[in-house]
Design a protein around this ligand. Sequence first.
Ligand SMILES: Nc1ncnc2c1ncn2[C@@H]1O[C@H](COP(=O)(O)OP(=O)(O)OP(=O)(O)O)[C@@H](O)[C@H]1O
Ligand SMILES: [Mg+2]
Length: 408
Amino acid sequence: MAAKEEIFVGLDIGSFKITSVVGRVDEEGVLDVIGLGTSFSTGVRKGLVNEIEETVSGISESMEIAERMAGIQLDSATININGSHISSFNSKGVVAVGKANQEVTLEDTFRVDEAAQAIQIPTNKEILHIIPRIYSVDGQEGVKDPVGMTGVRLEGEVQIVTVAQPAVKNLKKSVSQAGVAIDDIIAGPLAASKAVASKREKELGCVIVDIGASTTGIIVYEEEKPLYVSVLPIGAMHITNDIAIGLRTSIDVAEKVKLKYGTSLAKSVAEKEKVDLSEIDINEEGVIPRKHVAEIIEARLGELFSLVKGELRKINRDGQLPGGAILTGGGAKLEDIDSVAKSILKLPCVIGKPHNLKGIVDKVYDPRYSTAVGLMLYQFEESESKGGSKQVGVAIDRIKNVFKTFLP
Ligand SMILES: Nc1ncnc2c1ncn2[C@@H]1O[C@H](COP(=O)(O)OP(=O)(O)OP(=O)(O)O)[C@@H](O)[C@H]1O
Ligand SMILES: [Mg+2]
């Protein structure tokens, strides 16, 4: 059996499903995906735990399936937090460079990151992440790593991600009642981006749009660092609801229609294509044009991407991200969704799914598993940074040190 510290588990507690992904570091130090477990999520609404017992049993089931596949007992996991209470903003701090020779030290960067945290947040909120973004030394802006530069005044900008305290409490309670220790809690969009966005896309500036069942997570990167994180309270389940209303069917039938016949571009569907509802459920009757289903889907996606566009407008990045949009999450599996996104967002759009992994990759290379895989990768990289190259290690540790303060 592998030593405990060589195992990394990502546990994505979603509104539709709860996923556990297990990775083990092989002899060469490469992460090998050895387990995947999924259960239906019945206690999570709009990304928030709202029935603890149901969530506990969903977590237990998902972890047990992953345990069986991996052949090892799992004690802890890195989990995500989701929901529209997640918000982010940039904050700035300034300090005088400490050393007499005016050379910026690592300690100066710690102090400036700390100064940038001196902000008021609403009483029912707490800080989840503080991510150093960029520095300026004596007014010279856009410095990624100021250590070793000369100057008297060091300014730093951090991205602060906040979450609602009750959401964190319910989540922690559910995970611990399922007998799983929490290694870390990561905002959903941050985790998903870890699995799907490349360094180059993040450097150029990109947005990752994680379309789940009842939420859509958004994270914008620029200069490799997160610039904005938010979660919209709408997702692919809304499409299913629209189909159920439009076709006057049950939600279950509507979901099957969406999965089997759904497509995002009405114009690409021929008039003669039909959907026979009795083929989906013997209790249903009626034959409807497939184009009608596509129109329902396209309309809801139009609304969804207009909201995403609105989020980009808030930070003046509407149509301004050369790295484009990366769509992921189960909702991104809808045929031609990238075409709809492209025409509304006016950005290059691709579908993002986990890639470049070893092990049972055919199973996890799916947009639905981006968040769970991202959580596992987050923890893996975290541990790698401790034994890895000093520079990278220091940078990540620094984030972690600050971050840990807020994670009891
Ligand atoms: N092949 C597919 N085609 C179209 N839609 C799909 C497909 N597979 C899954 N979906 C949809 O994706 C949604 C689930 O996505 P996902 O598994 O990412 O949700 P989740 O992470 O549990 O939810 P959330 O992130 O909102 O809490 C469902 O609405 C489902 O209908
Ligand atoms: Mg999700």
